[in-house]
Design a protein. Structure first.
Length: 472
């Protein structure tokens, strides 16, 4: 009991700061009452009590120091991790890991692709069938390969537009993929669509190449540029870091200019601006949204799974479902790190403010994003739909949100997983954007789609009813 009381006398008040308690305990020895020398027993008791106090002081100091040190260590580790994440978002070294081989030709790509969970590299029919199922069929790949060989391709080069601060243009490379030759389709007058790839990629990008297969079937031509520092395109002024919303859209606009003018005579002749649209996927969709907002002569844009709020907004959108009110605290070091290591302003252009500052006549825009997307938060697409649906004088909106889930992947998978539905939506959208009848692109075409939501979906896909709280 005596020892407990001695310890309790040393325990700090709950409201007392740790530094004040430590200072109090350090001075406690000076305040000790001198022992009574009249009794050896009293002296022994006093000495025992003094030792107890010293022991308690040491224990309290060790515990307080351990708690403070442990908390500081955890915070430092968390901060270091967040800073590293920010660095990884702009580091060219970090983002080159998954780059496809730019030397693979469009005629080879269907069999070499890594779409839908397949491994990169040459694959036999049996290997394709094994890796594609249950998302899509071997027939999709065989018809894609056949069209690519019969319709041909060209490697073309052109200058990008000048940089935001007067930076020189970049020499951009692209595949020209003409439409499938058939009755009713004249390659020299058929509309053209510039398709831009996503992060850590080049024009040998699954989303780009598979979408262009569907578009070529329907009578549209495709130009697929590789952005600066990727593929066969020239180096940028920031070769070590990504620029996000600063200059990649200029490579797409350079391709759009080239598709209109056909200065080398390789595309079949010049077209009016109203016959050339743009599309992009993921980070490429960010570039497509910026280009569409800045160049008002573009008649239509298909924007697939874009981070519309820019890099800073996308960081916050990604963190918010897990961190809630702590989101600003966790976002700050990631955004600071990305901005610190970048060689250009990262969110120099943001799509949503640019798209909001609009005027008529209304142009066509498609917002496409899978409802289970786990790469770009679905709130990004929802915000874009809300904004542009409220501006009918500026935009004629098409919203396409299929339940994409292919062998665990949920980020722009619709072109091979829901190919028939996607082709129908694209046919109607691009026909309206180019001011022509959909009769050309709605001709009978092969069916590839294995699943027809909401009646059926691939195994493992999240429940549509559960995700959207549907009641049937």
């Amino acid at each position: 009991r005596r020892r407990l009381k001695a310890c309790l006398r040393e325990v700090p008040d709950a409201s007392m700061p740790a530094w004040q308690f430590l200072r109090t305990t350090e001075g406690a020895g000076a305040a000790d009452v001198s022992p009574n020398t009249d009794s050896d027993q009293h002296s022994d008791n006093f000495n025992d009590e003094k030792e107890e106090r010293r022991c308690c002081r040491c224990t309290a100091q060790v515990i307080a120091g351990s708690i403070c040190g442990g908390c500081c260590l955890v915070i430092l580790i968390l901060m270091a991790a967040l800073v590293y994440v920010g660095y990884g978002l702009v580091s060219m070294t970090q983002q080159r890991v998954n780059v496809q081989d730019p030397h693979i030709l469009p005629t080879q790509f269907p069999r070499y692709n890594e779409c839908g969970g397949c491994k990169a590299g040459y694959k036999t029919d049996a290997e394709i069938e094994a890796c594609a199922e249950p998302c899509f069929s071997l027939k999709f790949i065989l018809d894609w390969e056949k069209l690519a060989k019969e319709s041909g391709y060209k490697l073309v080069y052109f200058p990008s537009r000048i940089g935001p601060k007067g930076e020189p243009s970049i020499n951009v490379s692209a595949w020209w993929l003409p439409p499938e030759p058939r009755a009713g389709v004249d390659p020299s007058t058929a509309p053209r669509i510039v398709a831009l790839h996503g992060l850590a990629s080049n024009n040998n990008h699954c989303g780009v190449q598979a979408s262009c297969f569907l578009l070529r079937q329907m009578g549209f031509g495709c130009i697929t540029p590789s952005v600066r520092d990727y593929g066969f395109s020239g180096p940028s002024t920031h070769p070590d870091t990504l620029s996000w919303g600063y200059d990649y859209h200029l490579d797409l606009l350079g391709a759009w200019d080239y598709a209109i003018a056909d200065p080398d005579g390789l595309l079949g002749g010049a077209l009016s601006p109203g016959k050339v649209g743009v599309m992009g996927f993921s980070k490429g969709a960010l570039g497509a949204a910026i280009a569409f907002a800045l160049e008002h002569k573009i008649p239509g844009a298909w924007i697939d799974s874009a981070p519309y709020s820019g890099l800073e907004g996308a960081i916050a959108s990604t963190i918010r479902p897990y961190a809630g009110f702590l989101t600003p605290l966790l976002k700050a070091p990631v955004w600071w790190s990305a901005s610190h290591f970048a060689e250009t302003p990262l969110d120099y252009y943001k799509p949503l403010p640019l798209l909001e500052d609009c005027s008529g006549p209304a142009r066509h825009v498609a917002v496409s994003q899978g409802m289970f997307d786990n790469n770009v938060p679905v709130t990004e697409g929802q915000n874009a739909i809300t904004l542009m649906a409220g501006l009918p004088e500026c935009y004629t909106l098409t919203a396409y949100t299929p339940p994409e889930y292919c062998n665990g992947a949920s980020h722009h998978q619709e072109m091979w997983e829901f190919s028939d539905d996607t082709r129908t939506v694209m046919c109607n959208f691009w026909s309206a954007a180019f001011g022509q009848s959909n009769a050309t692109c709605s001709v009978p075409l092969p069916h590839y789609q294995l699943w027809h939501p909401p009646e059926s979906q691939p195994p493992g896909a999240p429940s549509i009813r559960k995700t959207l709280n549907f009641e049937y």
